[in-house]
Design a protein around this ligand. Sequence first.
Ligand SMILES: [Zn+2]
Length: 242
Amino acid sequence: MSDTDERIEKIRALLGELEGELRTPDDRAFVRNFDALEIPELVSQVVRFLQPLLNPYEAAVYWHMFELAVLRSGDQYCRVSTRGLMNGVVRSASGQGDVLSIQTTRGALQGLEERGAIQRVGEPTREGTPYRVLLPEEIPACCELMKPASPAATTPVDVVRNLDYYNVRENRLKVFERDGYLCKYCGKQLTRFTATLDHVQPVSEGGDNSIANLVTACLHCNSRRGSRPVMDIINEAEKRDT
Ligand SMILES: [Zn+2]
């Protein structure tokens, strides 16, 4: 084994140790991998529903932790230290140097915890304190903002909206739920972010946006199908599988 190989082995072992430390068996239930397609939607939700609830320092610290826990490791967990957050995350607005004060940094972490945007999941060590970074859909105050407008505030246009299962987001979800988030054609398990809707009878042939004319499909099957009849695709998939 060369020196480089040995060094890489050591680094791997170290990483393994760190990861083991970070996650207790109970935490594993929360571990979730993010589909690349989910990320734009998550970022959009943070900007629209969480950021308005935060002060600028809290927002900066949240984005920093979001990057570590969601974009880098994909499991919503990260380890940060007050000292690490003071330097290089965001510039102080106090006019007394770029580094945040320890009070501002602690205040930001505390503010995020109080809002339910982050959760401390273990004791601090030399590497920092382990946190779970929550997503807008898991933060009660954000869920309030994410709720669709109340029925009283809506207009008669709603009658049309209620019939349109293609263009109205909450109706689209009903179709996905009916189909168990499974692609009707290949059976792939999808998520809210990867599922697409497919018209059974294409719009070009007079198909409408009613729930009966829509099925859940993965992007691949949906784009492959174009306006071909549904049965062709199912028969083809069955032939392929047998
Ligand atoms: Zn599919």
